[in-house]
Design a protein around this ligand. Sequence first.
Ligand SMILES: [Zn+2]
Length: 282
Amino acid sequence: MNPPHKKIRDYRDVIDRLEKISRRHKLTLTPIGDAAGYGHFLMTSRNGKPAARPIYLSAGTHGDEPAAVEGLLQWLERGEWRARNLNLFILPCINPWGYEHNRRENRDGVDINRQFRLGSCPEAQLVMRAVRGRRFDLAVELHEDVDSPGFYIYELKAEPPFFGEVIVRVVSKHGPVNRARVIEGMKSKIGVIRPSNFTSRMLRRKKWPLAFFLYTYHTPHKLTFETPGPRPFEVRVAQQIAALDAVTQKFPKLEGRTLSRLPLRGTVTTERDPPTRSASIF
Ligand SMILES: [Zn+2]
């Protein structure tokens, strides 16, 4: 029998900080249900124009990526985002058991980020229920790559304007960028991966990551930040914060309300790109 996993962080600290953030910055904190004995929360702000669709933010799908949760919390605590008049929809820690035990998977050993086609684990079901019927102008997931020497970003969007290069430029002032031409089996350019045949590749898979679920049903623009696991914690947190700042500063200027008027895909269409093999998706 495997030894029990050791608890190295306390999810109650996250909840305490969320409660303080919600009081201080006038966000609404709503319980959305329990999974594996942990309460899950949705945090929302409505500082933006009533007609504008919110920006989705989430972290902690993988419990061994702590700078993602910490970066999101610190960014919220600073409160500079308040001046940007944003409507926010935030799931701050999707895998609390993994966060406490520093494990990628949930308590049952399941990678939550492969369960978003069928909703086949309780944590994925909570997320799917929370976003049901909602549309986001933009969705951002905060992750870490335990092997990457530098920051990189996945961007899913059908056409320009794109954000990836701007974000990477800002983040590079706070730590290294992964400049490899291939990352996780996908073509990359100066830290930006924009998979061209992502849809056709994903449609053949049963195990959808949250990114593809959101991009298919809930948003026309999906970003995933990946900070470099081998770098110091403070550097990774600073990169997550810088990336969030960059995207929320640029967003209203580049997109504004124009995106809200774009129709969303009702169905998924298969692209014509030839299939390629990929090592992993996020
Ligand atoms: Zn991850």
